[in-house]
Design a protein around this ligand. Structure first.
Ligand SMILES: Cc1cc2nc3c(=O)[nH]c(=O)nc-3n(C[C@H](O)[C@H](O)[C@H](O)COP(=O)(O)OP(=O)(O)OC[C@H]3O[C@@H](n4cnc5c(N)ncnc54)[C@H](O)[C@@H]3O)c2cc1C
Length: 241
């Protein structure tokens, strides 16, 4: 089997991750392993043979045959409501991958790493944060996570513990509602909040930006305005506006 073949995947477990998102663990026999930041394609086949394919980033990395994805429901979407509401342990799907060779981090990559996520864009950045921690590189990495509100954050508990736990330090940005007593400003990430939270351009970080297409483009433009080398800004667009 190669990366271009569809492989059977069995759902091992599902867990609520936010009011609109679920973490799914998939058993994929013979999985060849993946680098932190890669994704898979998931194919669903209905009883009448109709098929739908969507991409999902892996929160897992390495060689274990249990893969982890997290899916946020897009209202009126075709595939995500099924994965978030209906799929059950024991169900069968198909996956193809690992896919993507650019939006990845390897432990041999030296130097500061800046992770910037909007919404479900956190998923591949969790894989990179986990890998950086495992490689002893968490101190040279930072994560900025923009979410609507605290309960919308996927991997909230893992990220809230992260810095005190030897993991990557996390700065939160809230667009609609913040925890009580939170000192920051509500709203979109802007030049000022990026300047405050992100490794400065002079440190020449490699920056990974992931989320809805509009978020990624807005942040990538702002990073270039702040002097970051566009060649060191890696982006993954999840779609939407
Ligand atoms: C490389 C890659 C990795 C991805 N990883 C993840 C992941 O880890 N978790 C995850 O939840 N999603 C991820 N996505 C998005 C995912 O592939 C689907 O697009 C998403 O689940 C919506 O599919 P759907 O069938 O429910 O919606 P569709 O029926 O395809 O679309 C319904 C409507 O929603 C809009 N829309 C589609 N995607 C988005 C979006 N992301 N945000 C806002 N509006 C959107 C469409 O433009 C359309 O108008 C990834 C996408 C890519 C390209």
């Amino acid at each position: 089997m190669s990366m271009t073949d569809w492989r059977p995947a069995r759902v091992l477990a599902v867990a609520e991750a936010s009011p609109s998102a679920r973490v799914l663990r998939l058993d994929v026999p013979g999985w060849p392993g993946s680098a932190a930041g890669q994704h898979i394609d998931v194919r669903l086949t209905a009883e009448d043979g109709y098929q739908a394919v969507r991409s999902y980033s892996l929160a897992s990395y390495g060689s274990a045959s249990a893969l982890e994805i997290a899916v946020d429901e897009i209202p009126d979407g075709e595939v995500s409501p099924y994965l978030v509401r209906d799929v059950l342990p024991g169900d069968e799907l198909e996956v193809k991958g690992p896919l993507g060779g650019y939006f990845v981090w390897h432990s041999a990559d030296a130097g500061p790493v800046q992770l910037i996520a909007g919404g479900s864009g956190i998923v591949p950045l969790v894989a990179i944060a986990r890998a950086a921690r495992h490689a002893g590189a968490a101190a040279s990495a930072r994560l900025l996570y923009s979410v609507r509100s605290p309960t919308d954050a996927i991997y909230r508990e893992e990220l809230a513990r992260s810095a005190n736990d030897g993991g990557v330090p996390v700065t939160w940005a809230y667009t609609r509602a913040a925890p009580a007593g939170w000192p920051g400003r509500l709203g979109r990430v802007d030049d000022e909040s990026l300047r405050a939270a992100v490794w400065p351009a002079t440190e020449q970080p490699v920056v990974y930006v992931c989320g809805p297409t509009g978020f990624v483009e807005h942040v990538a433009d702002a990073l270039v305005r702040l002097g970051h080398d566009p060649q060191r800004v890696r982006t993954e667009r999840f779609g939407g506006s």
